[in-house]
Ligand binder design. Structure first.
Ligand SMILES: Nc1ncnc2c1ncn2[C@@H]1O[C@H](COP(=O)(O)OP(=O)(O)OP(=O)(O)O)[C@@H](O)[C@H]1O
Length: 283
């Protein structure tokens, strides 16, 4: 829980710059070089990540996809300074992950909505702001604004247990966005939800991302979710997790529901599927 609080309170209050209008590629937010993570273990050490080189630029929506146990969560945790590395380099906004955490760079949304059941929805969203010692009124205003953005106005006084799983995840997203984090880390946030709810939330998240131009790192098992949401899809191999392919999406920034039926979408889905099976075969 402590770690979670640290993450929740380490989100940035910095204003986001408006999107650069130039054709220049935006600046790197995350870069890793020959990153290795080996978990010590009583019998055999677990080589979770092997020589991972990754570049994430400002405003990108990056999905990490790969088979179970390939190190997606480990990579997310390394970037967020929740996991030490064994060798290699990681930079976040030209800082170490630890320095970036002190600068409140991260917001985190987990698979299970980590809400406090005895606090109202509003109090849950306010909590990290209160811990950050923002004045009560300001915290309340921000929390209400964020809840409105995820379509939950009117639910402020409910308790999490009175909401559906999808609504709880929207509260988690509102809480993570309250600090305007520079990077939003999402670890299978919709993995436990039914497909219809998941598609709905994907659409809302896509719209939110377009409006806010935030950098998102998103872990998923779902090819269609990755294709629908991402500007960049990072395909990983079975353990030890390596990057098999980085696919820059040719889809437009605005993704309508109908885009799922387009030829481009179907071709991209196939390309991700091929890269995943290539990772398996190489193994
Ligand atoms: N704290 C730990 N100690 C030892 N081994 C670990 C630890 N955390 C993860 N692992 C192992 O490292 C590997 C990568 O785990 P990780 O959770 O990053 O994979 P993942 O791709 O996110 O998996 P999933 O898709 O199933 O959530 C797995 O084999 C896992 O068992």
């Amino acid at each position: 829980m402590n770690q979670l609080f640290q993450v929740l309170t380490s989100e940035s209050v910095a204003e986001l710059e408006p999107e650069a209008q130039s054709q220049q590629p935006s600046r790197p937010v995350v870069s890793t070089e020959k990153l290795n993570v080996i978990y010590p273990s009583a019998d055999q050490p677990v080589h979770a990540l092997a020589d991972v080189d990754l570049l994430i630029r400002k405003g990108e929506f990056v999905s990490l996809i790969g088979p179970s146990g390939c190190g997606k969560t480990t990579l997310l945790r390394v970037i967020a300074d929740l996991e030490p590395i064994t060798s290699g380099n990681v930079l976040v906004n030209d800082m170490t992950p630890s320095e970036a955490r002190q600068e409140r760079a991260y917001g985190y949304v987990f698979q299970a909505a980590t809400l406090l059941m005895w606090r109202t929805v509003l109090a849950n969203v306010m909590l990290p702001l209160v811990i950050q010692q923002r004045p009560e009124q300001e915290a309340q205003r921000i929390a209400r604004e964020q809840l409105a953005k995820v379509g939950l106005s009117g639910f402020e006084d409910k308790y999490p247990w009175q909401l559906s799983g999808g609504m709880q995840q929207r509260v988690s997203i509102a809480r993570a966005l309250g600090f305007e984090p520079k990077i939003l880390m999402m670890d299978e946030p919709f993995g436990a939800l039914d497909e219809i709810t998941r598609n709905n939330l994907n659409q809302q998240l896509q719209q939110l991302w377009r409006e806010q131009q935030r950098t998102v790192v998103f872990v998923t098992h779902s090819i269609s979710e990755a294709v629908y949401l991402s500007t960049k899809i990072v395909v990983m191999s079975p353990r030890p997790g390596r990057i098999v392919e980085v696919i820059d999406s040719p889809l437009p920034r605005e993704r309508t529901a109908a885009i799922r039926d387009s030829d481009e979408f179907i071709q991209l889905t196939q390309r991700v599927r091929d890269a995943l099976s290539e990772g398996h075969h190489e193994h």
